[in-house]
Write a protein that binds this ligand. Structure first.
Ligand code: DGL
Length: 273
């Protein structure tokens, strides 16, 4: 296998990063991909920065063992807690990370009021503070952590009254403040865009950063001469540290596709067997 045929490594605390994976597949259908969902530890949002760093390091080592040519941290929370640390710890591999899309929101808002949905760890991280400082001037941001929403999406529960109630609690007060843009600062949340749109109505723009992240990954691969020129059917492998059967059934629901998911076990907080 040449370096170009090596896979793109993608990871998240769970199924959220699949919202990024589907954009990567759309943009670069020839690429082989290894996806790791850390369902054994989901949700990351309420955890300490140190713990998320340890998990991210363990997953990165695992993805490198399987020859990943770049790594997409398809998780805002892991990017907030660990991206800098990963870049320092693994200087020979390039990482694509995620940050809440405050920049495009600030450019597009007419009312100057923007809602941001993300996890507690993402809001606490230096990355969010820096995004707000760089791009948030003149814009009023309303933040909400949507407690419980990641767990609902992990269960494939995209439409139930409980999922709706969690989103309404976050969004209705924002609508009263006259927001016209909502930033999805967690990769799980694009899977409930239809429900979000029903709650906020058609005058509010919903920003999913996944397409831009896929484009950034493509730019890096192009610049490094690492795009896969092969025309053979690409190979997508999915690993979970959680329950294979549950992940397989949720995956079918989220992506409308079936896949064999493989099981992995953590040895300790920083190492996968
Ligand atoms: N998908 C994640 C994110 O983008 C993490 C959610 C969680 O595990 O709390 O932030």
């Amino acid at each position: 296998m040449t370096n170009q045929e090596h896979p793109i490594g993608v990871f998240d605390s769970g199924v959220g990063g699949l919202s990024v994976l589907r954009e990567i597949c759309k943009l670069m259908p020839a690429e082989n991909i290894i996806y790791f969902g850390d369902q054994g530890h989901v949700p990351y949002g309420p955890r300490s920065m140190e713990q998320i760093q340890n998990f991210s390091e363990g997953i990165t080592k695992f993805l490198l063992r399987l020859d990943s040519k770049i790594i997409v941290v398809a998780c805002n929370t892991a990017s907030a807690a660990a991206l800098k640390y990963l870049r320092e710890t693994f200087p020979n591999i390039q990482f694509v990370g995620m940050e809440p899309a405050v920049k495009p929101a600030a450019e597009k808002t007419q009312t100057g009021r923007v809602g941001v949905l993300a996890t507690p760890a993402t809001f606490q991280g230096a990355l969010y503070a820096s995004v707000v400082e760089r791009f948030g001037a003149g814009v009023e941001l309303f933040q909400h952590t949507c407690p419980g929403l990641v767990t609902q999406i992990e269960a494939g529960d995209l439409e139930s009254p409980k999922t709706r109630a969690i989103l309404e609690e976050a969004l209705l007060p924002m609508l009263e403040k006259n927001i016209d843009t909502v930033v999805l600062g967690c990769t799980h949340y694009p899977f409930v865009i239809p429900l979000i749109e029903r709650i906020v109505g058609e005058n509010v723009r919903v920003i999913d950063p996944a397409p831009s992240v896929a484009k950034q990954a493509k730019r890096l691969l192009e610049a490094g001469g690492m795009l896969n020129p092969s025309t053979a059917q690409s190979n997508i492998q999915i690993f979970t540290s959680g329950d294979v059967k549950i992940v397989e059934s949720v995956l079918t629901k989220l992506l409308n596709e079936t896949a064999d998911v493989k099981s992995v076990t953590w040895k300790n907080d920083r190492e996968i067997q």
